[in-house]
Design a protein around this ligand. Structure first.
Ligand SMILES: Cc1cc2nc3c(=O)[nH]c(=O)nc-3n(C[C@H](O)[C@H](O)[C@H](O)COP(=O)(O)O)c2cc1C
Length: 200
């Protein structure tokens, strides 16, 4: 599928055909694509909780105030991030770079994030945002629909997935085959409302 078609056709779909599974080949293609999303310093903060357990899906649905896509879609991910990934064996992020590049980048990364909690968290969320859109567009390319979600009780979901210390939840993403099309677009702002030239 053409990239512009995928962007146009990706919609937040709320109603899914039930009892559908994503074939392993599609899951692999999806995740291979997602893992190519860009991150600052190549930190790859994302941690994807793939929820395959039916009871866990039901519990998560309850924590998401009954949103049907949580239990019905073929796949459900809780997209999390390790906020401290910048300082966790960072040599992994430059493993294939020349030694001279590593020697410059690693201290630079440390200085950029060390002691700056807000920036650490912002970065983790940025990584997840880009991964989420990559995932939803890749899903579209594979013939699936998707729905990003933050409409859930964060503390309850954290408890259900045993979210580790130092991690945050960015959103859930449901992926599956639509039972009902998305609602008509709710109202896109005109470009003139959101495009700024040079400075505000
Ligand atoms: C971070 C995020 C959280 C969202 N949370 C929910 C949600 O909890 N439930 C839901 O039905 N839709 C949710 N949405 C979908 C938005 O309502 C939808 O993306 C928006 O209205 C634009 O529609 P479109 O994605 O179909 O173009 C969320 C979208 C984003 C990006």
């Amino acid at each position: 599928m053409d990239i512009f078609q995928a962007i146009q056709q990706r919609r937040a779909v709320k109603h899914y055909k039930v009892n559908q599974n994503m074939p392993t080949a599609d899951f692999t293609a999806l995740m291979d694509a997602v893992l190519l999303a860009p991150t600052s310093y190549n930190i790859q903060h994302w941690r994807f909780v793939r929820v395959t357990d039916t009871a866990q899906r039901e519990d998560l649905k309850a924590a998401a105030w009954g949103q049907a896509q949580v239990s019905d879609a073929a796949e459900l991910f809780v997209l999390c991030a390790d906020v401290n990934a910048w300082n966790d064996r960072p040599e992994r992020y430059v493993a294939n770079s020349p030694k001279e590049t590593q020697d410059v980048l690693l201290p630079m990364m440390y200085g950029f994030y060390n002691g700056k909690e807000q920036i650490q968290r912002d970065e983790a969320m940025r990584s997840c945002g880009i991964a989420a859109q990559t995932m939803m567009l890749a899903a579209k390319g594979l013939g699936y629909d998707s729905c990003p979600m933050v409409g859930f009780d964060q503390a309850k979901v954290a408890e259900l997935i045993c979210l580790p210390e130092g991690h945050v939840i960015a959103m859930m993403i449901a992926i599956g085959h639509a039972e009902k099309a998305a609602y008509p677009r709710a109202g896109q702002l005109p470009l003139s409302d959101v495009l700024v030239e040079n400075r505000f």
